[in-house]
Design a protein around this ligand. Sequence first.
Ligand code: NDP
Length: 535
Amino acid sequence: MPVVQSHWIPGRGVRRVQRTDFRNEPFTNFQDPEERRRFQAALDRVRADLGRHYPLIIGGRRVDTEGRIVSVNPANPQEVIGTVARAGRQHADQALEAAEQAFARWSRFDPEARARALFRLAAVLRRRKHELSATMVLEVGKQWSEADADTAEAIDFCEWYGREMIRLAKPWPLYRPEGTDNETFYIPMGVGLVIPPWNFPLAILVGTTMAPVVAGNTVIVKPASSTPVIAAKFMECLEEAGFPEGVVNFLPGPGGEVGEYLVQHPRIRFINFTGSLEVGLRINELAAKMQPGQKWIKRVIAEMGGKDAIIVCDDADLDEAAAGIVQSAFGFQGQKCSACSRVIADQKIYDELLQKVVERTRNLKVGPAEDPDNHMGAVADENQFRKVLEYIEIGKGEGRLVTGGSALAGAPEKGYFIEPTIFADVDPKARIAQEEIFGPVLAFIKARDYDHALEIANDTVYGLTGSVYSRSRERLERARREFYVGNLYFNRKCTGALVGVEPFGGFNLSGTNAKAGGTDYLQLFMLAKSVSERL
Ligand code: NDP
């Protein structure tokens, strides 16, 4: 049972509830045969329900359109997961109208009441946990444990941001000069646009939506076009949790059309984007241009790509390093912004480490994610499939192919499967060492020494995650200061940041360093107002 503490807010005269008991949602133990049976049953139920159609949701109303987005199983592109309505500009205008109307009411809800709504949403997500995870297994090819972690993170975001809102509802602790009654407090901003990616199609969708919402804003959500069905299920959860109509409006449609239209709209107050560098920069540029009738500078939160490196020193435990590298590089087919795509190894242990990583990689079984014996599934869609294979061809000209290097037989018709691929002896300036591939492709780079390793690690336009394997305290402390990434890990994999434990967001062109799941995040969606009265 959650521990609930009450305390008194001076100056407000309101009794508030503060939950101090945040704990990360536990991951499901799939070693337990009973849990496996339950998850298999959820997969069967989700499969029996495939092919449904989901309309837009605007102001709580379901609105259908002629256009359709068809979502398919990447492990079997003939299998339709579902269809969703495809929004056009007129729907975007309607959604804006609905969100503005809802803002007038939702922004006046007591912050604690908004937090409570998130706690209820967390409970709904928890009840539907296996169903949501099973949907992701089929819609985007997540392994059971990866999908389970995605849903757990979505629950964590609700629990964390709810508590954060309660904390931030207190007035700031300011100095009060004699004869003055002064306070500063946060207020919501207005109507925001949420544009998430497909790779954490529930966690990032929920986190980037519910943070602005708990802060009192209303939003239009344009989900990624590869994963609209899990997004539609999230909308069902919001309804089940009793969120007022119009607080979250569901507007699937092509990013380059309905997304861009709203990005440029003068009545959009902020944009919460997570996705590629290219699209993030475009959104930032379009949003910066003042439009007729616009009264504010739009706030753009853009969390983008990575070219994440694991440095392995000559004093590291090479077996542990190899295990961490393989998990970070090939979990969910390498399609994580935090995935390891570069190994920078000291020349003294380079060959031994490479051999250990290659051995482990060759043992990875590739096949449909719904079979828990497979370690890697299909990449997310046909675009991903083609793009990753193009990079593999580039890699063949830039490095020494040591394992993988092609699609599985039968692909793409029988699923977008690509072998886990490793290139050795890659030049730090090579394209496959500089550009985000976002697939199961790993570049091994040889470093002369630790100085050289850090220099290579910092030499890309990104700065998202990184990891150092070493037994030397001095080296680790040096990396703490000099390895320029937003999320740095020591002697462990570079993926899997937890809400409330490892606030997430990178440096440089990895984005605006929003630190999702941290204590600064909600302030990105609020304004601070100071009121002072002479007594
Ligand atoms: P994209 O940038 O292709 O798409 C992200 C979202 O933007 C989608 O909803 C997409 O819609 C939309 N979009 C596309 N073009 C436009 C446009 N012109 N205007 C407005 N919206 C647009 O990224 P992916 O979905 O492929 O996601 C993978 C990327 O996300 C990787 O680069 C990864 O590193 C990054 N990422 C970063 C994270 C971080 O925290 N830093 C976390 C997770 C992922 P549509 O689908 O319709 O094209």
